[in-house]
Design a protein around this ligand. Structure first.
Ligand code: TXA
Ligand code: MG
Length: 300
């Protein structure tokens, strides 16, 4: 990526406008988190409900601690998984636009493991608020083209397809016993290996965004399918015939990286009446994949 376009992106952010930003998980619709007008533009362009808070992205741990209060446990988790696909909900310090946290006392913070994202944040010198760069409720973007489809006029930094392909694991570190609020490729077992036992998911306060209908495909989606029915595309997993295959070898990390990309391909094609998805084991990263599929399969 040329330094000219990186510079243009930072100037766009400084002027209070939005950009499309690659991270290792999914592309973000990004703005300067300290600029309230810019944050308001995110809610407006995403058609995001105003009660659903945004997460901020930092370039280093010093910046994280400027904006949130990190317990020793939170610092330990950061030590293990930052930079990387983990967001921590911690007590906020009131230094970003109030709109970011949607009125909550806590703030979601993450340090992305992506050179472009980190460079931009460092250069801006402030955290970036960035939800996934899709219209609220629809599939998350894992390529620059997905972002351009939703926001044609946006400056999108093209970092190629994302490595992880699923949004970050969200861990609530603001309560006595931490809890997972959103499953991701860093699994519950991996978080427990660092923090000890977590609060049961059902007892934890959910991330507000998790309550909503989400990841909606235009086509109806059916999970745990053995074979496609007439007219359905088949999204496979493991050996065997499929329209698209999440992972021929049955590798869950590969499947996570391919999930949104392949759903976009099948959903954008006009050949099918629906999408049938093979059974995905509900262990490890499979938990996060099934979470996204379950909510994509729900119809209003
Ligand atoms: O991987 C990711 O996390 C991507 C990339 C762009 O970094 N971002 C992302 O943002 O997925 P978004 O806005 O689509 O999802 C953030 C989730 C929402 O479900 C929101 O409700 C939750 O985080 N959240 C944010 N702040 C919170 C808080 N203070 N307490 C509880 N949940 C929070
Ligand atoms: Mg999202």
């Amino acid at each position: 990526m040329s330094s000219k376009i990186l510079q243009e992106a930072v100037e766009t952010l400084r002027s209070g406008e939005l950009i499309g930003l690659p991270t290792e998980t999914v592309y973000g619709l990004a703005c300067d988190a300290t600029n309230g007008v810019a944050v308001a533009k995110i809610y407006q362009r995403k058609q995001r409900p105003s009660f659903n808070p945004l997460i901020i992205h930092v370039s280093d741990i010093a910046m994280a601690q400027e904006y949130g209060t990190f317990s020793s446990a939170a610092l330990k988790l950061a030590d293990h998984y930052w930079p990387g696909p983990v967001t921590m909900v911690v007590p906020g310090k009131g230094k970003v636009s109030e709109l970011v946290s949607a009125g909550l006392e806590t703030i979601g913070i993450r340090m992305p493991n992506h050179q472009v994202a980190r460079h931009i944040i460092k250069d801006l010198g402030r955290p970036i608020a960035a939800p996934s760069a899709n219209v609220s409720g629809f599939l998350s973007p894992t390529a620059a083209d997905h972002v351009k489809q939703s926001f044609p006029d946006l400056l999108v930094l093209d970092g190629g397809p994302t490595d992880v392909g699923l949004e970050s694991t969200i861990v609530d570190m603001s309560t006595a016993q931490p809890a997972i609020l959103r499953a991701g490729v860093i699994t519950e077992e991996q978080v427990e290996a660092v923090l000890g036992p977590l609060a049961a998911a059902a007892e934890g306060i959910k991330a507000p965004g998790q309550l909503l209908r989400h990841y909606a495909t235009n086509l109806p989606l059916r999970m745990d399918a053995d074979v496609p029915q007439k007219g359905e595309a088949f999204l496979g997993f493991g050996d065997g015939p499929a329209t698209q295959n999440l992972s021929q070898s049955g590798d869950l990390l590969e499947a996570a990286a391919n999930l949104f990309k392949m759903l976009h391909i099948l959903d954008d094609s006009d050949k099918y009446a629906g999408i049938a998805v093979a059974r995905i084991p509900d262990t490890g990263v499979g938990v996060a994949i099934n979470d996204r599929l379950r909510r994509a399969s729900e119809r209003e």
